[in-house]
Design a protein. Structure first.
Length: 305
């Protein structure tokens, strides 16, 4: 099975549904409050594990109730957690998520222990990363640690898949060593300084990002699928339309599926098609890790598409 290391965040998601987003100063009625394990790092790790990958997680949780739940959840998802440290100096990370009647969400993150991931955590996992087939990274842990992890993996010849979310501007030196950059429209705009509102503008942004170093750039476009830039050729890969319940973790499902598909030997276009299927299916269920599809479900959807 593919051996993937994910260095990133673990959060407890506090999720509530409401018919529409409140305006500033307004109180609206909500329903169906749930606590659901999340965090982009843990979501992507769980997504890959559900698709059959061997995944190890590197990160931190607090020495609190949520921390224990998050570690137990990783084990339940089949993700190794030997390199996830319990930090007595911080609470576990949380994400407060409001989901409206259209399935769109608004998220407020308190990083907690995620913000204390350090070079010590990275160095402790150096052998693990060097022996892996891919490293997955996001931006919910300190950016200097992400940059150091990119360079460490690149020096070891390990492919690096970077999902720079939440969006933050970085330069070409930061991206040196990234094998595949995966961005949504907002992240593409932030990193490229170019507006992205359709497939054509996504290609322009992807080409600008390509000049910063990553040989492969993928721009996810929600219900429009994704734009792949590889070998200087751009390809738009649409996805099938479904009834959207909640878009939380759809991007994470995409990332986990993409890496798994690549390590199984799929070419880039089919890997993106496979990832589109996983991301689309994730929008049909409420929550983060609760929405991540199984290998069987993605395989069926992939064959249909």
């Amino acid at each position: 099975m593919p051996r993937i290391v994910v260095l990133g965040s673990l959060n407890m998601d506090l999720v509530v549904r409401t018919e529409r987003m409140p305006r500033p100063g307004e109180t609206v009625q909500g329903s169906g409050f749930r606590t659901i394990p999340g965090g982009k790092g843990a979501n992507q790790a769980a997504a890959a594990a559900r698709l059959g990958a061997h995944v190890e997680m590197v990160g931190r949780v607090g020495d609190d109730g949520f921390g224990g739940e998050l570690l137990a959840n990783l084990a339940g998802q089949g993700v190794g957690a030997s390199y996830v440290r319990r930090d007595p100096g911080a609470a576990s990370g949380t994400a407060t998520i409001v989901v409206d009647g259209r399935g769109e969400n608004a998220i407020v993150i308190d990083p907690g222990a995620n913000g204390r991931v350090s070079l010590d955590d990275l160095h402790a996992a150096e052998t693990l990363i060097a022996d892996s087939r891919a490293l997955m990274l996001q931006f919910e842990v300190p950016l200097p640690i992400v940059e150091a992890a990119i360079h460490l993996a690149a020096d070891k010849g390990v492919p690096v898949f970077l999902n720079p979310a939440p969006a933050a501007p970085v330069d070409a030196a930061f991206l040196a060593g990234v094998s595949c950059l995966i961005v949504n429209e907002t992240e593409a705009e932030t990193l490229s300084s170019q507006a992205v509102d359709d497939v054509a503008s996504a290609e322009h942004a992807a080409r600008a990002l390509h000049t910063m170093g990553p040989p492969v750039v993928i721009v996810t476009l929600g219900e429009q699928g994704a734009l792949l830039l590889h070998d200087d050729a751009a390809l738009h890969l649409p996805t099938r339309q479904v009834e959207v319940v909640d878009t939380t973790a759809a991007g994470d499902a995409f990332c986990g599926a993409l890496v798994t598909a690549r390590l199984r030997g799929m070419d880039w276009p089919n890997s993106v098609r496979y990832a589109n299927c996983a991301g689309t299916l994730a929008t049909t269920v409420l929550g983060a890790q609760t929405s991540l599809p199984s290998a069987q479900a993605v395989a069926r959807f992939f064959e249909e598409v």
